[in-house]
Design a protein around this ligand. Sequence first.
Ligand SMILES: [Zn+2]
Length: 274
Amino acid sequence: MELLAALKGRAFAVGEGGPRGVNAGFIKTERGTLLVDSLVSLADGRFLVETATAKAGPIAGLVYTHEHGDHVIGSAALVTVMGAQAAQGVEVLASEGTAAGIADFLRRSGAELAKQGISPKAPTLVFEAGARLLWGPEVVVVDLGGHARGSSVVYVPSAKTLFAGDLVFNGTFPWIGHADIDRWIASLTALEAWDIETVIPGHGPVGGKDILGGQRAYLERMTRVIAALRARRASLDEARRALTEEFGLTQYPEYFFQSLTMALRETFGFEERQ
Ligand SMILES: [Zn+2]
């Protein structure tokens, strides 16, 4: 984990910097520091909270871009670093979809995580379509959808910086297990019209505005390949093999194939051939 970028002294990115690693970030405001996501483990969350506090001051809030564990679990470090009472004062924001997704995640995995002494923070403030935080600077959070049940972006207009969450995987095949790819493409198309200079993706290196279009084109290529496979009534196995070849996925870890298989079966209706 390292500090990847400090944009105009306002918006900061934290992550591994490599193509697969997960990113989070923080924004320095007059109200205190606003975290954007919280990384995948207690240790990584601790690095985030300590770095954010040192660079930008005490933590005042946390906004989740979406409900996936690799963006949520590290929030447990708020309690271990700040103490239970101070952590209680941290406002935790999420869209309705994200909050519902986190509730499901904690129902599924909360007990197991608690055994390891890890208690991720649930949202305390839930918004519908978006929220504007007039925290100096203004921070805009909008739930656009596409990657997960909730898929919010966090935008700092004065720094022309966008925390894209997992709407952008820069330089790697995206996790599509619960995705609505058409909506994802529409979200990226909308973002391409925003006044943005820097994009902090959910995974992969920080980039310029061009990585929004890059991700959109990648998803469009994926939908074309999938449409062609459906047109020739490919089986689940054939579809998985064709996509593995098309996108060069042979070196990818197993969970990518799980997400790909899930999407091909549940979203696109491919079936095993008997
Ligand atoms: Zn995700």
